[in-house]
Write a protein that binds this ligand. Structure first.
Ligand code: VAH
Length: 314
């Protein structure tokens, strides 16, 4: 049975659906906090599960005979800067609880998401490689980098098969993101579809690595299905698809919505974005397990503009 923790989040919701499609409804035990479950409450079996409550997590792992765990619960970059203590607790202790219990109860495989947020201002801006300087400037990035080394430690010391991907900014229309710096690339489509002007919280020329959710879900399932012997990275794999600036994204949207207007009012998230690479080199993922993105910027714009649901205001 597969336990998905954080099953109602932006990534968690779509990964849970994909896992149910692949392994069957009954094979997936979805958990998320009540306040996050909301619309998807019918999908969630355990709403009390809190990654920091190790005893309860242990009970679920034993009761449900869990053989795989996807730990997707996290406090993202922008939210993390507002509450560093909470971000560290959730992101770090949540992971350590899962790693420890996975060894104790012989969980076969664990997935844990990292992020390009592990890179910092000293990292290469373009084509940032798998082993480039990682000097994160956010609590979120620090927790993700620390987590990567804990994953490798549990693999080397205890043989735990834990696998990880450094996701770029994720773009989807099924579940809203929460607290990210890249979330402008989701918010913008809700405004464009509603025929409204969008005020972007980043500067027009802030290039960031991005990916459509379907690519991120496929990469995750492909990595988790890959033969153990093919995996050469036990911290976390760089993963890339597209890179664009808010201005480039607005131009691509205008191909579909010619009257779309954007303005720029950078806030605290600008400093976070300035510390991240503009583009990522994911050659190691491509060589080890055949990673290949499918959605380019125009495809992302088309699928988002077709599927984003809003009440038209004008
Ligand atoms: C964030 N969406 O903005 C996340 C992601 C690379 C960015 O980690 O915090």
């Amino acid at each position: 049975r597969i336990l998905v923790i954080g099953a109602c989040g932006q990534l968690g919701h779509e990964l849970t659906v994909a896992l149910k499609n692949k392994y069957g409804e009954k094979a997936i035990i979805a958990c998320d906090r009540l306040e996050y479950a909301k619309a998807n409450i019918k999908d969630v079996k355990y709403v009390k599960l809190d990654v920091m409550d190790k005893a309860y997590l242990q009970l679920v792992i034993v009761e449900e005979r869990i053989t795989q765990i996807y730990l997707l619960a996290a406090v993202l970059s922008a939210s993390g800067e507002k509450d560093p203590g909470m971000a560290w607790q959730v992101n770090m202790n949540g992971l350590l609880n899962v790693l420890d219990l996975s060894v104790s109860y012989q969980v076969e495989k664990v997935f844990w998401p990292s992020s390009i947020a592990v890179f910092g201002p000293e990292s290469p801006k373009e084509d940032c490689g798998q082993n480039a300087f990682t000097i994160p400037t956010t609590v979120y990035g620090i927790s993700k980098l620390s987590g990567e080394y804990w994953c490798r430690y549990y693999f080397e010391k205890f043989g735990l098969d834990v696998r990880s991907l450094r996701y770029p900014g994720l773009i989807s229309y099924k579940t809203l993101p929460g607290g990210g710096t890249t979330d402008y690339a989701v918010d913008i489509f809700y405004k464009a579809k509603a025929g409204e002007k969008y005020t972007c919280f980043l500067k027009s020329d802030t290039a960031l690595p991005m990916m459509f959710m379907d690519d991120a879900v496929k990469a995750t399932l492909d990595l988790m299905e890959t033969q153990k012997e093919n995996i050469s990275i036990r911290t976390s794999y760089n993963l890339a698809a597209v890179s664009f600036t808010p201005s480039e994204l607005a131009t691509a949207i205008r191909k579909v919505e010619p009257n779309f207007e954007i303005s720029y009012e950078p806030d605290f998230r600008q400093e976070i974005a300035d510390g991240w690479p503009a583009s990522i080199n994911d050659n190691v993922a491509r060589e080890d397990w055949g990673w290949l993105p499918r959605f380019g910027t125009d495809e992302i714009v088309n699928v988002m503009m077709e599927n984003v649901k809003v009440e038209k205001t004008s």
